[in-house]
Design a protein around this ligand. Structure first.
Ligand SMILES: Cc1cc2nc3c(=O)[nH]c(=O)nc-3n(C[C@H](O)[C@H](O)[C@H](O)COP(=O)(O)OP(=O)(O)OC[C@H]3O[C@@H](n4cnc5c(N)ncnc54)[C@H](O)[C@@H]3O)c2cc1C
Length: 203
């Protein structure tokens, strides 16, 4: 662990409070851009919401319902970047949404949504979606209830089974780029521009 004096003895371009996946990514990005960075985490790196997430790297299919195409495009690009830079942690994951008692309107909406999701990720490495008949769905998932099955939509997103590790790898890379990083160090009273405003809760 780096000594606290390295934090208090100088000023930094960027101070990141919290070593979850967001703080870790921000610290790495800023350090890669040549900024001096200090990141402190009051517990273990990645132990907050990052550890409690559903662990999906998704483009936000549901955001299409809000017509937030810019956000979906950004998320889909990030998904692709993560698949490329962390293939040991981020893996493709196929989803199957079976339709039971779904109206024609709902199925049409799903079809359009899936096509849009593909369009917004036109440069992706993952396969495009597929709309399956009831027979095709059962052939792929024989354990599904056949009665009333209308078909399914199959599409790809990605999964990070260990987001804590992805977080830690970002932290380690930030440190490699010269960032000061320290866990078990809580920011108690930040005050801009004044060194020495960090308090260590435990070590
Ligand atoms: C149930 C659930 C499921 C989710 N599923 C997904 C998903 O599948 N895919 C997805 O992309 N996103 C998902 N999310 C969202 C995602 O988990 C969060 O957006 C992400 O983890 C937030 O990361 P973070 O770094 O901002 O927060 P955190 O991981 O919570 O990190 C914040 C850190 O700040 C530290 N901290 C706080 N105060 C201080 C202080 N004063 N001094 C020092 N350190 C401090 C905390 O200890 C913590 O470690 C989900 C969220 C929830 C709640």
């Amino acid at each position: 662990m780096q000594p606290l004096s390295k934090l208090t003895d100088r000023t930094y371009d960027v101070a990141v409070i919290g070593g979850g996946i967001i703080g870790a990514g921000v610290a790495r990005d800023a350090a890669l851009r040549g900024l001096s960075v200090a990141l402190v985490e009051k517990g273990d790196f990645g132990s907050g919401t990052t550890a409690g997430s559903t662990r999906l790297i998704h483009g936000g299919l549901r955001y299409l319902e809000m017509y937030d195409f810019g956000l979906v495009r950004m998320d889909l690009r990030e998904r692709e970047i993560l698949l490329r830079i962390a293939p040991h942690l981020v893996k493709p994951l196929e989803f199957l949404i079976p339709f039971y008692g779904a109206s024609l309107w709902f199925r049409t909406k799903m079809r359009v949504g899936m096509a849009l999701y593909d369009l917004l990720s036109y440069d992706k490495s993952l396969p495009n979606h597929r709309m399956l008949s009831a027979e095709e769905t059962l052939a792929e998932e024989p354990s599904l209830r056949a009665e009333g099955l209308q078909g399914a939509a199959a599409y790809f997103d990605a999964q990070v089974s260990m987001p804590e590790r992805l977080c830690l790898e970002n932290i380690l890379d930030a440190e490699r780029q010269g960032a000061f990083v320290r866990s078990y160090t809580e920011v108690v009273a930040p005050s801009r521009g004044k060194p020495g405003s960090y308090g260590q809760s435990c070590s």
